[in-house]
Ligand binder design. Structure first.
Ligand SMILES: *Cc1c(COP(=O)(O)O)cnc(C)c1O
Length: 373
């Protein structure tokens, strides 16, 4: 059976190690803030090449904690791409801030730097680039823009853990390590996923790290002393133990994803009906999704055709953020052409770290035969 994501095979390939680690946490009774959490935190700091990792309960919480710790206030505007998962804009609205949505680049699907600049007002306080589908947003011009306008940069790195970006001076940095704060998710299907919910924040800044920790821990600065109103957001020890095991394999997993993407790219090259993912040359894409743009033909018919061949596909994302009922009030009424086009024409194929050539062949043959029939 072909799956969009195959967590079962991945688990079976490391079952003994995972089972032992989980049982050790259970026997230790250190379920919350145990040594497994501290160990994973240090390992992720080393992997990311960053001073501070603050684990939390999920990626959505990470975004919320970042905005609270940066002291954003009701009425402040935060710029986000219109083509993304809802979590990014949701926490902005939840905190009484104003999400300002902007269109994306037609090639990378990431936030357009020019349109982000055009959306800046005197109320703008932060910008949230999303490294969509595993490809870093164009951070060099974005960081430059943010610096010129004195804005915070909060990276939504939920889909790109392990990816990186090369600056024009040759420096390479991991996604999540470039802005003031990075936010990631360990939702099971993410590139680095646990067996439940999990998330983390990353920052270079010592003061901000202390504040992020405080917000995530009931605003507490000393036991039973609460300096600010915070939240309760923790990564549990069992998830941390699993993440330590999977972090060791993250580069291998991301390489396997890239190889599957190469296979698809090659198979679909020269097909005018399909536009394969653009790869920015200074970015290492980690293919959280492999997303095609359908240039001609009916997308629903295409999906049904694939489904009949037991080839799953998904639409990420079918509706622009500004057209979601919950976000209508933040919309000027002007449609964003790239986002509209993508919502109508993207389709994501199975993508995970255990795709073998035989399976890829079946998927590719199924896709091609639709256009030959
Ligand atoms: C998954 C995801 C999130 C939220 O992560 P959770 O752990 O599910 O809360 C946020 N932003 C993007 C772009 C995501 O893909």
């Amino acid at each position: 059976m072909i799956r969009m994501v195959d967590l079962k095979t991945q688990y079976e390939n490391m079952k003994a190690e995972i089972d032992q680690a989980v049982l050790e946490v259970i026997a230790s009774t250190e379920y919350i803030n145990g040594s497994a959490v501290k160990k994973f935190q240090a390992e992720l700091e080393a992997y990311q090449g960053i001073n501070h990792v603050i684990p939390c309960a999920n990626g959505t919480d990470a975004l919320q904690i970042a905005m609270m710790a940066l002291g954003l206030q009701a009425g402040d505007e935060v710029i986000v791409p219109a083509f993304t998962y809802v979590a990014t804009a949701e926490v902005i609205a939840l905190l009484g801030l104003t999400p300002v949505m902007v269109d994306v680049d037609p090639e990378t699907f990431n936030i357009s730097v020019e349109l982000a600049e055009a959306a800046i007002t005197s109320k703008t306080k932060a910008i949230v680039p999303v490294h969509l589908f595993g490809q870093s947003a164009d951070m060099e011009p974005l960081l430059d823009l943010a610096q010129r306008h004195n804005l915070y940069v909060i990276e939504d790195n939920a889909q790109a853990t392990g990816g990186d970006y090369q600056f024009s001076n040759g420096t390479r940095k991991k996604t999540g390590s470039m802005g003031h704060v990075g936010c990631t998710s360990f939702f099971p299907s993410k590139n680095l996923g646990c067996y439940g919910d999990g998330g983390a924040l990353t920052t270079y800044d010592d003061d901000l790290a202390a504040r992020l920790r405080m917000v995530a821990n009931h605003g507490q600065n000393k036991q039973y002393h609460h300096a600010i109103v915070g939240v309760n957001s923790r990564l549990d020890s069992i998830q941390a133990a699993i993440l330590s095991i999977k972090l060791k394999r993250l580069d291998q997993y991301n390489n396997a994803r890239r190889q599957a993407a190469d296979f698809y790219d090659k198979a679909f090259a020269g097909m005018p009906q399909l536009k394969t993912p653009f790869r920015q040359n200074n970015v290492s894409h980690v293919f959280h999704q492999y997303t095609l743009v359908l240039q001609e033909g009916d997308r629903d018919a295409f999906r049904q055709y694939l489904q009949a061949k037991e080839i799953p596909s998904m639409i990420y994302y079918p509706i622009p953020l500004y057209k979601q009922e919950a976000f209508q009030k933040f919309w000027s009424g002007a449609e964003m052409p790239v986002t509209e086009h993508l919502c109508r024409s993207v389709i994501s194929l199975p993508m995970h770290s255990e795709l073998d050539p035989a399976t890829l062949e079946v998927i590719v043959d199924g896709v091609k035969s639709f256009f030959q029939s």
